[in-house]
Design a protein around this ligand. Structure first.
Ligand code: ATP
Ligand code: MG
Ligand code: FE
Length: 348
């Protein structure tokens, strides 16, 4: 079975062909970075228009690279949300049109489920598994029970992890998107130069043990920069390294708490998976791998290009839903907000 996946929820126009035998035949990605960089962030209207202009040719590219025609496609999956609604509408409408024209199933894939399930496309992992989802809009620890069932153990109370990277980058004068740039800058810096806070660490109540907070961290970086005045290349690198070090400690500590919580509840999980754009950070991957090893868990992280937004993860999410007979109706309405806790099962 071959499935066409479409991702248009943010600033990447992407189309992919993936088989149910876990082969990625193509995964074409067109970034709108040059259109948004002037504003230092994604402009929703500009993004939607660009998806509309580019999606047809990106799909054509994906088919060509896979060396197939639309007639060979068995189903089409698109991100149904959450995301910038204009872009999601473009992707969903295109997918529905193809489904109708070719008389094949249409599947609306939750973008976060796409991130959460990618590890099953690239690795042999069975349910349930522990997942840390760290992306531009989310920071959550959960037990993935099935493609439709996610037990959230804790999440961020303010900013997402990727957002913290992007905002810190802005403060340091690094262009959008900040994550990869901060990682690069941090390599030349001293992670112990500045003591940035670890918000929520002082709260001992169990309900906070798997929660995250990054806004205090960002404020501390801002205050440090203001105090320093003119930043030298060295202090910028030190700031980036100290920030990344603090994020690492926060992620590792909360993950460890989640692992212990599962053990206390006698939930026996063998795999710990990290997913989402921030999971492309090599430093954080290594740190989280150590955390997993300390609890005798196997660590899995998708390859870097499958951590950030891409259509292969949406195609795969579609395959996972199809295996459960969860095919969506053409009257599916795109959802700008669509938490994982609200995935409903379509009864057949
Ligand atoms: P969501 O998936 O929550 O809807 P999104 O789709 O915008 O949000 P992703 O594409 O999954 O987010 O991830 C993008 C985020 O990942 C950005 O905030 C970016 O800065 C961050 N990021 C990407 N690469 C790295 C890296 N190497 N280190 C740290 N952060 C990174
Ligand atoms: Mg993006
Ligand atoms: Fe994403």
């Amino acid at each position: 079975m071959l499935i066409l996946g479409i991702e248009t929820s943010c600033d990447e126009t992407s189309a992919a062909i993936v088989s149910d035998r876990r082969e990625i035949l193509s995964n074409v990605l067109l970034t709108q970075l040059d259109q948004h960089i002037v504003c230092g962030g994604v402009v929703p209207e500009v993004a939607a228009r660009s998806h509309l202009d580019q999606l047809d040719s990106v799909i054509r590219h994906a088919l060509k690279e896979a060396d197939i025609t639309l007639d060979k496609i068995d189903a089409v999956a698109a991100t149904g949300g959450p995301g910038l609604i204009g872009g999601v509408i473009v992707g969903v409408t295109t997918a529905k049109t193809i489904a109708l024209a070719k008389n094949i199933p249409f599947i609306a894939v939750n973008h976060l489920a796409g991130h959460a399930l990618t590890a099953r496309l690239t690795h042999d992992i069975v349910f349930p598994y522990l997942l840390l989802l760290v992306s531009g809009g989310h920071c959550q620890l959960m037990i993935v029970q099935s493609p439709l069932d996610y037990d959230i153990l804790g999440e961020t109370m303010d900013d997402a992890a990727g957002e913290a990277f992007d905002k810190t980058a802005k403060l340091l004068g690094v262009p959008y998107p900040g994550g990869p740039q901060i990682e690069k800058l941090a390599k030349q810096g001293d992670p112990l130069k500045f003591q940035f806070p670890r918000p929520l660490f002082h709260k001992k109540e169990p309900e906070f043990s798997c929660s995250f907070s990054f806004s205090g961290l960002k404020t501390a970086v801002r205050q440090t920069i203001e105090k320093l005045g003119d930043l030298t290349e060295k202090t910028r690198a030190d700031c980036a390294a100290s920030f990344q070090y603090a994020v690492g400690e926060i992620l590792a500590n909360r993950t460890l708490n989640a692992m212990k919580k599962c053990q206390e509840r006698n939930i026996n999980l063998t795999h710990f998976v990290v997913a989402g754009g921030v999971a492309a950070n090599e430093y954080l991957r290594q740190l989280l791998e150590k955390t997993a090893m300390s609890q005798n868990m196997k660590f899995v992280a998708p390859p870097l290009n499958l951590c950030t937004d891409n259509a292969a993860m949406i195609a795969w999410g579609g395959i996972e839903k199809m295996r459960l007979n969860q095919i969506d109706s053409l009257s599916f309405v795109p959802r700008p907000r669509w938490p994982l806790s609200e995935l409903e099962r379509i009864s057949k």
